[in-house]
Design a protein around this ligand. Structure first.
Ligand code: NAP
Length: 255
């Protein structure tokens, strides 16, 4: 049985992760953390939501095999530190971690195995691969990334869109990124990045490659958050036997 702790347990993703863990025959929820609804049942079992401030003590007491984190960036760094201190493997889906990358790499080092991914969906990971392959044939075309998410998403652009830009930039040996356009802003050779927020859009990402007389769009659309939750559960199973250090979802999927 894989024992699991979940941070962000009352959040949209956290609640769905808990449902998935509860439904998995090989997994057991042993701890859940949030900033609100402390003491409320975390799911259908008898685990209650613990105060996120007590994560160290609760991880020490419950010693889960893996901690799954979908919170916000600065909270995720604290949670990663607590997991590593308690020798707990990690699956981290929180986005906006770019400014903390070096800090996280220093904390995790080779102490525990961790999967940290801005997008856990199988389709998005394939989307990134297709982008890297396609751009080599059309490296002189204009590239625009357009992402759309629900009105409550806190960070912009999405981690998925930023990773798409990085994948393309790496494939081309470096590209400038320009966020939005306003006024006089002639196009250069940059990657344009545009974030749309509204309604209950789960997550759309389109990369537009525009040449003379033609264009190609590579697009991924998530229909429900289960795309991410299912991938996180798959990563939680994989990380149990993984080498220590930080891995991406590409490793989990063998892409
Ligand atoms: P959400 O509904 O706002 O949930 C985040 C939850 O974390 C909230 O309940 C929040 O409480 C709680 N929280 C904040 N600080 C915490 C801490 N220190 N310890 C424990 N819980 C804490 O957001 P969401 O839609 O679930 O998304 C969460 C994160 O996952 C975001 O960064 C999002 O971009 C990312 N995400 C990633 C993927 C992926 O595939 N990698 C997919 C979907 C979402 P309060 O509301 O009280 O602050």
């Amino acid at each position: 049985m894989i024992t699991v702790a979940v941070t962000g347990a009352r959040g949209r993703m956290g609640m769905l992760i808990i449902e998935n863990v509860t439904a998995a025959p090989d997994m057991e929820l042993v701890a859940a953390f949030d900033l609100r609804e402390i003491g409320a049942p975390a799911g259908v079992g008898d685990v209650l939501v613990s105060d996120a401030g007590e994560i160290d003590a609760v991880l020490e007491k419950t010693s889960p095999d893996v901690l799954i984190d979908f919170t916000i960036a600065d909270a995720a760094v604290t949670n990663i530190r607590a997991a590593v201190t308690n020798n707990v493997r990690l699956v981290v889906g929180t986005t906006g971690l770019e400014p903390y990358q070096d800090e996280i790499a220093g904390i995790v080092a080779e102490r525990v195995s961790a999967v940290i991914a801005p997008n856990f969906s199988v389709g998005v990971n394939l989307f990134w691969k297709l982008l890297a392959d396609a751009v080599l044939y059309i490296s002189d075309w204009d590239i625009e990334i357009i992402e759309a998410h629900h009105r409550n998403k806190k960070d912009a652009p999405s981690g998925t869109a930023m990773h798409a830009a990085a994948v393309i930039s790496n494939a081309l040996g470096g590209k400038e990124l320009v966020h939005g356009r306003e006024g006089l802003s002639p196009r250069g050779t940059e990657i344009g990045m545009h974030a749309v927020r509204g309604g209950d859009i789960i997550g759309d990402h389109t990369v537009l490659f525009a040449g003379d007389g033609e264009r190609i769009e590579i697009r991924h659309q998530a229909h429900s958050r289960q795309a991410f939750a299912g991938g996180a559960i798959r990563a939680a199973r994989w990380v149990i036997g993984a080498p220590k250090g930080i891995h991406g979802m590409d490793k989990v999927l063998g892409i």
